[in-house]
Write a protein that binds this ligand. Structure first.
Ligand code: FE2
Length: 305
């Protein structure tokens, strides 16, 4: 692999300090989760989904794990708090369950995040339930995650890294593909109305080996191009959220973005579900499912306990 992104690789490794990577690419690192972490994630994610359904009048049988998820995924995907890109949003009605899940996730990454390198972390975390069946209408949206894109084009800052936790479901066919761009010029480091506007950056990009497998913690640099794949496979459940680095590198060019207002200082993000709670002020009844905004579409507050 060329060394053009060596400084970005070094920054990612310094910020995330979990053992030896099982995926080791310049813009993408992956680490195995332990069986205890996997069980904890599956339990609390299913609980969050069950509560979301219950609050919105859908009575499901008690959650038991991945089998339960696969049995009920089609019903869950239709809940009114699920966005077209599959994010199961926290609302007033499922706020308590969200904070329990957030605490599970922060407990898992607590020892991995280096406070010398990490400034802030995005809240809320995204709980993403992806239907493997292509949907022409959803997949043609300006910022459909099925288009090859960098998260910078969704107004994420250049000095950010996305963490994925792959929890359960069909990650073989309902997966994410990754590419390394030949270059990422400063003029393309900005919010874009349509991901297709970034096409010149995607030309000639190097595809990475299949890396989006279950039971992993993946770290993806903001320069890493990626695309949700829907290939007629089953449902998939993963968690993703972004981390803001303290350090700026010479290659970083996009800093002041509307998304910054949703990044919480690392200690506060770690305290959600214990000393503080993330609280949605929007009821499911007010939910507008399909708006493209640079700022996060919903308002959230953090309250002390
Ligand atoms: Fe993305």
């Amino acid at each position: 692999m060329p060394e053009r992104y060596a400084d970005r690789t070094r920054r990612m490794r310094a910020a995330l300090t979990r053992g030896n990577p099982v995926v080791d690419l310049p813009l993408l690192q992956g680490f195995a989760l332990t069986s205890t972490e996997i069980a904890g994630l599956q339990h609390t994610v299913c609980d969050y989904l069950w509560h979301s359904a219950f609050e919105f009048g859908v009575a499901l049988d008690p959650p038991t794990g991945p089998d339960w998820f696969m049995r009920n995924a089609a019903t869950l995907r239709k809940l009114p708090n699920v966005t077209p890109n599959g994010v199961v949003m926290p609302k007033i009605e499922n706020t308590a369950a969200y904070n329990l899940l957030h605490h599970m996730v922060s407990s898992i990454v607590a020892k991995d995040l280096n406070p010398v390198e990490v400034a802030a972390v995005f809240a809320p975390i995204n709980v993403r339930l992806v239907d493997g069946t292509p949907n022409a209408q959803v997949d043609a949206r300006p910022r459909a995650s099925t288009k090859v894109h960098s998260d910078i084009w969704a107004a994420e800052p250049s000095r950010s890294v996305t963490l994925f936790l792959t929890v359960m479901g069909d990650t073989d066919r309902t997966t994410v593909n990754f590419w390394e761009p030949k270059d990422f010029p400063a003029e393309y480091q900005c919010s874009m109305p349509d991901y297709l506007d970034g096409a010149p950056v995607t030309e000639g990009a190097t595809p990475y080996p299949a890396s989006f497998k279950n039971d992993l913690l993946l770290a993806m640099d903001a320069f890493c191009l990626h695309q949700t794949v829907k290939d007629g496979g089953g449902y998939r459940l993963s968690i993703d959220f972004r981390i803001l680095y303290k350090r700026r590198l010479p290659t970083d060019a996009y800093f002041d973005t509307p998304r910054l207002q949703n990044y919480l200082p690392l200690p506060l993000w770690m305290g959600l579900g214990q000393s503080h709670m993330l609280v949605s002020r929007k009821s499911i009844k007010e939910f507008v499912p399909d708006v493209t905004l640079d700022a996060f579409a919903s308002r959230f507050d953090v309250t002390g306990l």
